[in-house]
Design a protein around this ligand. Structure first.
Ligand SMILES: [Cu+2]
Length: 358
C-alpha cells in the first residue's frame, strides 16, 4: 500500500515543481479529479418517451431531476434482414436497435422489463449508464411471460449502450438485443436542428450474404468474427431509399452513433462531410473537431455533429469499406437546399482530355 502513496506524492510535487505556471497546473489537477456524485432530490415522475431508430426523443427541458419510468419489452420476432432474407431477431421493444431512451443526469430511473410471453428464452438488460452490479443484468433476468423492475440513479451523463447480458451473452447480442440510452448532462446539450439514432451491428447467418429465406444464427462465424452482414439500424437498407434521412442546407445535425457489435469496431465515416464536433466514445466533452472518421467501439458510442453546407446525398459507412459495399453498412442523409457554388461546384465530368501527355 505504501508504494503507490509515495509515488502519488512525488508526482504531485514534480508537477508543481515543473511549473512557474502553477495556476494552470493546479486548475488542471482540480478539473481532472474524480468527482463525488450524489443523487439529487427527485421531483415528480414521468413515463419515458421511447423512440425507434432513426428517431430520437425530444431534448429534455426540465431543469430538475425526476423519477422516469421506462417500460421496455424483450420480444423475439422474425423480420427482414435484407431483401429476401429473414432473421428471427431478439429485440428490445420490437426493433433493432432497441428503443432510444433519453433521461437527464441525476434522474431516478425505474426500469421495468417484461419478457414477452412468446419468447423462447429468458432475457435481461445491462445498461452501461447504470452504476451498480451488472448494469442491472442480475436484477432483470426474466423468464418468458414475466417481468422485472429495478431502479438506478443516472449519475454519469453520456451516451451509453444497453444490451442483453443473459448467457450465452454473445448470442443474445448477435441476435439484436442492444440499443442506446442518452443521459443528458444537467446543463443540456447545445441545440441542433436534427438528431438521429444510428446503430451499427453485425449478423452471422448460416447462409452466405444474400442467401434468401429464414437464416439461422451461425455460431462458428460469430466466434471467428466473420459476419455475413454489417448494417446500420438492424437491416440492409434501413437508412437507404425511402428510409434515408433528410435535412436541409444550413442545418446542424447530430448523430447518436452506437455500435452493438457483437465483435467489430466501427470506423464511422460520412462521405461528403466532415464532423465539426466529435464527442469521443460517447462522453460529454467535445474531444476533437474536424474529424473524417471516428472509431466506435463494440459496446460503445460516439456523438458526431456537423452543419450541412451543400445539397446532395451524404453516405454513412463503416470505412472498413468492404463492410459498406459488400455487407450492408451503408446509409444516406439527403441534404436539400440551394447550391453553394463556392463550397462545391460541379464542373466538367469525364470529358475527353485535351491535356497533352506528360
Ligand atoms: Cu436476451
Amino acid at each position: 500500500m505504501m508504494k503507490p502513496v509515495k509515488f502519488a506524492t512525488l508526482g504531485a510535487a514534480a508537477m508543481v515543481g515543473i511549473a512557474g505556471m502553477t495556476l494552470v497546473t493546479r486548475d488542471r489537477v482540480a478539473d481532472d479529479s474524480i468527482p463525488v456524485r450524489e443523487a439529487p432530490s427527485i421531483r415528480g415522475e414521468e413515463m419515458a418517451v421511447l423512440t425507434a431508430a432513426p428517431n430520437v426523443p425530444a431534448p429534455i427541458i426540465r431543469n430538475y431531476a425526476t423519477k422516469v419510468i421506462v417500460e421496455l419489452d424483450a420480444v423475439e420476432q422474425t423480420m427482414r434482414l435484407a431483401d429476401g432474407v429473414d432473421y428471427t431477431f431478439w429485440t428490445f421493444g420490437g426493433t433493432v436497435p432497441g428503443s432510444f431512451i433519453r433521461v437527464r443526469e441525476g434522474d431516478l430511473v425505474e426500469f421495468r422489463m417484461k419478457n414477452h410471453e412468446t419468447s423462447t428464452v429468458a432475457h435481461n438488460i445491462d445498461l452501461h449508464a447504470v452504476t451498480g452490479p451488472g448494469g442491472g443484468a442480475e436484477a432483470t433476468l426474466t423468464a418468458p411471460g414475466h417481468e422485472s423492475t429495478f431502479s438506478f440513479t443516472a449519475l454519469n451523463p453520456g451516451l451509453y449502450v444497453y444490451h442483453c447480458a443473459t448467457a450465452p451473452v454473445g448470442i443474445h447480442i448477435a441476435n439484436g438485443m442492444y440499443g442506446l440510452i442518452l443521459v443528458e448532462p444537467k446543463e443540456g446539450l447545445p441545440a441542433v436542428d436534427r438528431e438521429f439514432y444510428v446503430m451499427q451491428s453485425e449478423f452471422y447467418t448460416k447462409g452466405a450474404h444474400g442467401e434468401t429465406g429464414l437464416q439461422p444464427f451461425d455460431m462458428a462465424k460469430a466466434v471467428s468474427e466473420n459476419p455475413d452482414y454489417v448494417v446500420f439500424n438492424g437491416s440492409v437498407g434501413a437508412l437507404l431509399g425511402d428510409n434515408r434521412l433528410h435535412a436541409n442546407t444550413g442545418e446542424t445535425i447530430r448523430l447518436y452513433v452506437g455500435n452493438g457489435g457483437p465483435n467489430l469496431v466501427s470506423s464511422f465515416h460520412v462521405i461528403g462531410e466532415i464532423f465539426d464536433n466529435v464527442y469521443g466514445e460517447g462522453g460529454t466533452m467535445i474531444s476533437q473537431k474536424n474529424v473524417q472518421t471516428t472509431l466506435v467501439p463494440a459496446g460503445g458510442s460516439a456523438i458526431v455533429e456537423f452543419r450541412s453546407e451543400v445539397p446532395g446525398n451524404l453516405i454513412m459507412v463503416d470505412h472498413a469499406i468492404f463492410r459498406a459495399f459488400n455487407k450492408g453498412a451503408l446509409g444516406m442523409i439527403e441534404i436539400s437546399g440551394a447550391e453553394n457554388q463556392i463550397v462545391f461546384q460541379h464542373r466538367e465530368a469525364n470529358v475527353p482530355s485535351a491535356r497533352s501527355a506528360q
